[in-house]
Design a protein around this ligand. Structure first.
Ligand SMILES: [Zn+2]
Length: 302
């Protein structure tokens, strides 16, 4: 391996990242490579991959690598491997406790695999000798976020069986205690998605965000006219809107039809049809569901 100072790669394009990831996979003759394998053999560190693609798995997926492990691979992973990896993420982040979110971003296995072995995240942390993150209060929004994630993953309403199988990062008990049962949790979620009551609140939040991104927006604009001043919506797509768009699109990519329900490696995004930078608003009619592959292809053309 060549010795290079990674931090000088300030302007690495997504294409460079994907190309080098493919190159390393080819060199090692592997259909999947972990972040640490890549870092030992690749040109860059793992960090730009996370910042550009959101997670290591998404980067692998876009590079056309296998992101779902075969059953044999899964069975070969020992509990010890999982605990070691949890510890290595905590060392990497220099914290005594890590959240499932941290692990999703930096770990080499899926959170689901860990939960299927240790039943709860707290237990996995305890076995790894780390501190608990459970002091953090789980809000209703956290639970709704997780229901949304599972719903998108399945392409339909998640069931108690899914939760028992480890699809949720929270236990069935957590939902039941909060809402009085799984069905009640789903009803509360649907109500939340359909509720526009806190619209005033959202608008206020959106205005603040719109102002924040004003500067960024100006970079896009050549002319004198400031598009953001006429804007009614923020660039950010909130959970409600995202879910409604995906539901309308049947949890499938509008361009290629891929869905996480059929292929676990598919990651869906909600994307502006008329780009926000070109004056497109964040409203349901200007939004569409795209898989990460089609979404990347699209930004290439812009
Ligand atoms: Zn697609």
């Amino acid at each position: 391996m060549k010795f290079e100072l990674n931090q000088y790669h300030k302007n690495i394009s997504k294409e460079d990242l994907i190309e080098d990831l493919r190159k390393v996979a080819e060199k090692l003759d592997k259909s999947y490579i972990s972040r640490s394998e890549y870092e030992k053999n690749g040109k860059y560190s793992g960090t730009p991959y996370i910042s550009n693609f959101g997670s290591w798995l998404v980067a692998c997926e876009i590079a056309g690598l296998k992101t779902t492990r075969r059953k044999e691979d899964f069975l070969r992973i020992t509990n010890e491997d999982l605990l070691k990896d949890i510890l290595s993420v905590s060392r990497q982040l220099n914290t005594k406790s890590i959240s499932t979110k941290d692990y999703r971003e930096h770990g080499r296995y899926t959170v689901q695999t860990i939960l299927s072995r240790f039943s709860t995240w707290s237990e996995a942390l305890a076995k790894a000798g780390l501190e608990q993150t459970s002091f953090k209060i789980i809000t209703d929004k956290d639970l709704f976020n997780e229901i949304e994630r599972m719903w998108i993953q399945k392409g339909k309403q998640p069931t108690t069986t899914d939760i028992k199988n480890g699809l949720s990062q929270y236990s069935l008990n957590t939902y039941s205690r909060r809402f009085g049962g799984w069905r009640a949790a789903l009803l509360a979620f649907v109500e939340y998605i359909n509720n526009d009551e806190d619209h005033a609140n959202t608008v206020q939040e959106e205005t603040i965000q719109a102002n924040k991104s004003n500067k960024e927006q100006k970079l896009f604009e050549d002319g004198k006219e400031d598009i953001t001043s006429r804007r009614k919506t923020s660039r950010d797509i909130n959970l409600r809107l995202r879910f409604r768009v995906m539901q309308r699109d049947n949890f499938k990519c509008c361009a290629c039809g891929a869905s996480p329900a059929n292929d676990q490696s598919v990651v869906l995004h909600v994307d502006h049809i008329v780009p926000w930078s070109k004056g497109g608003e964040t409203v349901i009619d200007n939004l569409q569901t795209l898989c990460s592959k089609c979404n990347l292809g699209k930004s290439d053309m812009e």
